[in-house]
Design a protein around this ligand. Structure first.
Ligand code: NDP
Ligand code: BG6
Length: 513
């Protein structure tokens, strides 16, 4: 059947894009400020907020790291980072100069109390100088093994406390939050021995993407989808988070992580939870997170037998796209020559509750796949009876395009023009670009703004992270005892053959994104 496109977007009636509220004055301390995340994501996101008037006018941004730098050198490096990595706002040099005035830098070791004394003095000085009301955010952007040292030092310097009755202090923790259930529990304990859960913002940047939040709007902001959102109408769900890039410069991290820890435990399970949750009573931190955790807890736990049957892992070998050679994972700089790290995972997941019993969720993620696409495809059941004789009838699907062509498409059948009754598959497309003219915020801008406003809805709670690890832990354990036959898919392909078999066994196929 051919696919045609019917555009039903009515741009005139669309509301203006989500606006972010100006946050309260505060000091933001970034630990690991000399690193990749600060440079590529955090500072450009803060500039984005500043440019759009969503950052408080009174603010201090203090970088802390071991690298020796003066305030000026840090300011220069961060200004350059904004020019290079700013995602959605055109860089206005005058605004950038004004923004850069907020920067300060404290060099020091993460274990050194004297360095934290200097940091405390700097925080207090800038707070008094700019009237920041004692509000503070501490952002952990170092490698995770450094988090406990920083948290201990913050406690010893009394920086976790609120300096006055009206101020707030918050801690942002980057992913990965642990590397298995035991380490996540340990990290939660370390964090919660010093901070209260209400102060902690565990970040998963997928939740900051507009299209991910729109999943909740689609389901609970409309009356027409939710009645169909269950086992009576839905046949299966496919969630794809495909990347065409390899591991780039991150081999030292990736060799100890792999796709299951890096993508499934966090981003992909977040997407799945939002597809599967029961309607929360409000879009707020408590209600949403309570419902999300119920989904994770209802997932059928993996036994070693289920892992062998329902989970596929892969690693890319060399390949090519359009005649360009792409090296295999083991050839990447920093990867072991006999590495057993998976760069691809596909899994069949079952949620054991009344809404989803018998509806398989197929998840897949991988690096060096054919193209970059993150999408959720809801496959509906076929119509019960085909009255148009001689016509092949597929089922309907609803596809949420998370990135890069953000939007939603509904696939259904239509009559082809002409004398004969011939059915063809067509799509109704909603495009963010057409409706809102693009220009969405970067995920980090949204999340930083939420943190400054004290809204934790789009952040993970301690029990949520642990529930996600509890699900993937048995997979990690089962894989430990078996040496995988890697590489098993060429760079530039859609992954290993076994991932296709996983669906074919159930009489289904992966959607071609
Ligand atoms: P980097 O390796 O660039 O590290 C950040 C900084 O941490 C370094 O510049 C370094 O600064 C400091 N550091 C402290 N201890 C160590 C150590 N033992 N080894 C290396 N650096 C150390 O990491 P990223 O910026 O990429 O990531 C920071 C955190 O954010 C990590 O937890 C990562 O998993 C997470 N993250 C990163 C993403 C990204 O796109 N980069 C995406 C999602 C999460 P100095 O030596 O000056 O002290
Ligand atoms: C990060 C992972 O959390 O997400 C990376 O560590 C991955 O490996 C990235 O590339 C994908 O994010 P996005 O927003 O580009 O889909």
């Amino acid at each position: 059947m051919s696919t045609q496109t019917v555009d039903f977007t009515n741009t005139a009636s669309m509301p203006a894009q989500r606006t972010l509220h100006e946050a309260e004055p505060c000091t933001i301390v970034i630990f690991g400020a000399s690193g990749d995340l600060a440079r590529r994501k955090l500072i450009p996101a803060l500039f984005e907020l500043s440019s759009c008037g969503s950052l408080a006018r009174r603010i201090a941004i203090i970088g802390f790291a071991r690298s020796k730098m003066t305030d000026d050198a840090f300011r220069e490096a961060m200004t350059e980072a904004v020019r290079k990595y700013s995602e959605s706002c055109a860089v206005d040099e005058e605004k950038l100069r004004a923004f850069a005035q907020a920067f300060a830098y404290v060099p020091g070791d993460y274990n050194n109390p004297e360095a934290f004394d200097r940091l405390t003095r700097r925080v207090e000085e800038l707070d008094a100088q700019h009237h920041l009301d004692g509000n503070r955010i501490f952002y952990l952007a170092t490698p995770p093994e450094v988090y406990p040292a920083v948290i201990d030092q913050l406690r010893d310097a009394h920086l976790q406390e609120n300096p006055n009755g009206k101020s707030w202090t918050r801690l942002v923790v980057e992913k990965p939050f642990g590397r298995d259930l035991a380490s996540a529990r340990k990290l939660n304990k370390t964090v919660l021995d010093v901070f209260d859960e209400s102060q902690v913002y565990r970040i998963d940047h997928y939740l900051g993407k507009d299209t991910v939040q729109n999943l909740a709007v689609l389901r609970f902001g409309n009356g027409i989808f939710e009645p169909l959102w269950n086992r009576n109408f839905i046949d299966s769900v496919q969630i794809t988070a495909a990347e065409n890039i390899g591991i780039e410069t991150r081999a030292s991290f990736y060799e100890t992580a792999g796709a299951l820890r890096d993508m499934i435990q966090s981003h992909v399970l977040q997407l799945m939870s939002l597809v599967a949750i029961e309607p929360p009573s409000a879009f707020d931190a408590t209600a949403v997170r309570n419902e999300k955790i119920k989904v994770l807890q209802a997932i059928r736990p993996y036994t070693p037998e289920l892992v062998a049957r329902d989970v596929v892992r892969g690693q890319y070998g060399s390949g090519g796209v359009a005649g360009v050679y792409l090296p295999g994972y083991r050839e990447e700089q920093g990867a072991a020559k006999n590495s057993a790290t998976e760069t691809y995972v596909a899994a069949r997941v079952e949620i054991e509750n009344w809404r989803w019993a018998g509806v398989p969720f197929y998840l897949r993620t991988g690096k060096r796949l054919t193209r970059r696409v993150t999408e959720i495809a809801i496959q509906f059941r076929r119509a019960p009876h085909m009255m148009f004789r001689g016509q092949e009838m597929g089922s309907n699907s609803l596809v949420l395009n998370i990135q890069p062509d953000e939007g939603i498409s509904i696939m259904f059948h239509a009559k082809q023009p002409g004398q004969e009754m011939r059915l063809t598959r067509v799509a109704m497309d909603f495009s963010y670009q057409i409706a809102f003219g693009g220009g969405g915020r970067s995920a980090y801008a949204t999340l930083l703004n939420d943190c400054m406003r004290g809204d934790a809805t789009l952040f993970d709670r301690g029990d949520g992270v642990e529930a996600a690890w509890a699900l993937v832990d048995p997979i990690l354990q089962a894989w430990q005892s078996e040496k995988p036959d890697f590489p098993n898919y060429p760079a530039g392909s859609w992954g290993p053959r076994e991932a296709d078999t996983l669906l074919e066994r159930d009489g289904r196929h992966w959607r071609k994104p």
